[in-house]
Ligand binder design. Structure first.
Ligand code: SF4
Length: 335
């Protein structure tokens, strides 16, 4: 049995209920292998034609609207994330299936208890474990903790949910908690720790490991400070805009271009679907990049890029519009 609930019966009911005849199914990398089985099940049970996307699906931001249009699909089925964009931006409806995890969470939460600081805990997770939050909360309360689950953010639409670019819920409850506990992956817990000032603990139900992110946070902040200082030396900037529907920020890019020019620097806007470090090498006259797409592109693995790359917020420090302290106060991660 899969460790994820792919809700096959609900999927068939959606397809037949909507009368869909041609589907595009998107799955994140970890679930891609389920694509052929789902396609054959759907074809058998509904008679619909099925295209399984082999392209990356990093988040619900990465909705294949253009591909669905070209394929003349009448329904997109997007696995592994919940709603990010509203349906119908190109008229094709989207069914989101979060793929709820069947992993046990209490054993790994128990391991975090010695790492939690203070008695007030902010508890959040990724979409796969949201259904397990009440169980986790009850367990922590039975151990004497007071537990707060944040409300939704602008992109993370579930209560208690975080995304790699949306920790607004945690920021809101930060004054009322002593530490945060994030159930999920290192990626999501690191993003949380870069967004709040309180200790952040990871409980990873997949590997059964726990980790205090204080050290990682401090390391990334040092790296980002150095990156901002390097970008200050640059005169010409490539401002990256993504075509991915949920990451596309052309208005912000235009505003950054204007502000760079007001500060005596040059800026050109670069448009791409996948931002590949190798492809940026072709722009030899550009000295630094500004990332207006997924903020984690710049923040995670900046060494993949051969030139300095800063986020849309860090560029404000580069041009002197914000202080470094103001940036930290806002948090380093924002889409
Ligand atoms: S923008 Fe980046 S962090 Fe946000 S949902 Fe998309 S892939 Fe994840």
């Amino acid at each position: 049995m899969s460790m994820y609930d792919l809700e096959e019966e609900e999927l068939v009911a959606e397809i037949t209920g909507r009368g869909a005849r041609r589907l595009l199914i998107q799955l994140p990398d970890g679930l891609k292998n389920e694509g052929p089985r789902l396609a054959s099940l759907v074809r058998q049970r509904t008679g619909a034609e099925v295209f399984v996307s082999a392209a990356p699906a990093w988040g619900a931001c990465d909705l294949s609207l253009d591909a669905a249009l070209r394929l003349k699909a009448d329904l997109i089925v997007h696995y592994g994330h919940n709603e990010f964009l509203r349906e119908g931006s190109n008229g094709i409806p989207v069914v989101y299936i979060p793929a709820k995890s069947r992993h046990e969470i209490i054993p790994v939460i128990e391991k975090t208890i010695p790492l939690l600081q203070g008695s007030r805990v902010g508890l959040a997770t990724v979409v796969q474990h949201i259904h397990a939050l009440p169980e986790a909360k009850n367990f922590l309360e039975s151990k004497g903790f007071t537990v707060q689950i944040p409300g939704r953010g602008p992109w993370a639409h579930g209560g208690g949910q975080v995304l790699g670019c949306d920790y607004f819920g945690l920021k809101r409850i930060e004054p009322e908690v002593d530490s945060f506990l994030v159930i999920g992956s290192y990626f999501h817990a690191l993003g949380a720790s870069l967004s709040v000032g309180k200790p952040t603990i990871l409980a990873d139900p997949y590997g059964g490991t726990v980790r205090n992110l204080d050290h990682d946070r401090a390391k990334v902040i040092r790296q980002r400070y150095a990156m901002v200082e390097k970008a200050r030396q640059a005169q010409s900037f490539g401002i990256i805009v993504s075509t991915k529907p949920g990451q596309s920020n052309p208005t912000i890019a235009l505003s950054i271009q204007r502000q760079l020019e007001e500060n005596g620097k040059k800026g050109v806007i670069l448009y791409a679907d996948e931002v590949l470090p190798d492809k940026l090498l072709d722009f030899t006259d550009i000295e630094a990049f500004v990332d207006t797409a997924c903020p984690r592109l710049a923040l995670d693995d900046p060494e993949r890029f051969s030139k300095p790359i800063v986020t849309r917020d860090e560029i404000m420090v580069v041009i002197g519009a914000w202080s470094w302290e103001q940036l930290l106060e806002r948090g380093l991660v924002r889409l």
